[in-house]
Design a protein around this ligand. Sequence first.
Ligand code: AMP
Length: 284
Amino acid sequence: MQVISRVAELTELLDTFRRSGRRIGVVPTMGALHEGHLSLVDRAAELTDLVVATIFVNPTQFAPTEDLATYPRTFAEDCTMLEKRRVDIVFCPQDTEIYPPGFSTFVEPPEVARSWEGRSRPTHFRGVATVVLKLLNMTRADVGVFGQKDFQQATVIRRMMFDLNHPCEIVVAPIVREADGLAMSSRNRYLSPEERIKAAGIRRSLLKARRAITTTASITGTEVTKIIRDELLISQIGEIDYAVAVDPDTLEPQTKIQLPVVLLVAARVGSTRLIDNEWIKADA
Ligand code: AMP
């Protein structure tokens, strides 16, 4: 496994591999890795010949009020974890390598970036879309693997790729969870032991809503929202940002539930903001 921090070195090395006909997979991350990230690396290794994992805490996707300065940085542990999987290159650039002096071009994200996370974090997807497009251009990867954990992010990226005729294939891999169902997240480490117990209520709320949807002939979006909210309140999760049933492509709320549907939740547990989702496909 090679660790590279310069764009020029990365592109040169990848050009050599590409010329020998090997397919390149990229997994963009912000580090503080867990099994969720590693599952994306494993998927990339199944689909391609050479896997690049990127570790870059992207400043443009954080608002000034957010946790950029305190975002967990565990580079040595990340490399140890990646080394045990089939990763060929770790790309870990400095901020100035990605945003050199005078940098001023940004992606205007698609419509699907406006709602939900976009409403709570108005500049977030502009930063995400810009850095993802840059990483895909630098690597000229054949496949980019992203997690369903950030459902809206994956939707924004898929739409951006379509709208901009980008040739890289986007693969969305399932959510990896802790034993009690909490979706793995780099931010889970901020939770106190009591908050950690409460946080498992998010998954319970989504499963309760899934059961209601798959067993009730006709159910409304409002009813689904109430099921999720009620379960979150039972788990003493009071600060709910949104709990909603949406169309998987447009992310528009569904008034009357029709499969496929995605349930999206964002809630604060203590001072930690957590997101999760449940994708109920047409054959559920
Ligand atoms: P992050 O480092 O949080 O920006 O995440 C990097 C990638 O890992 C994104 O595509 C996330 O959706 C994905 N990811 C984060 N948590 C999980 C998880 N629990 N299961 C699967 N993928 C995840």
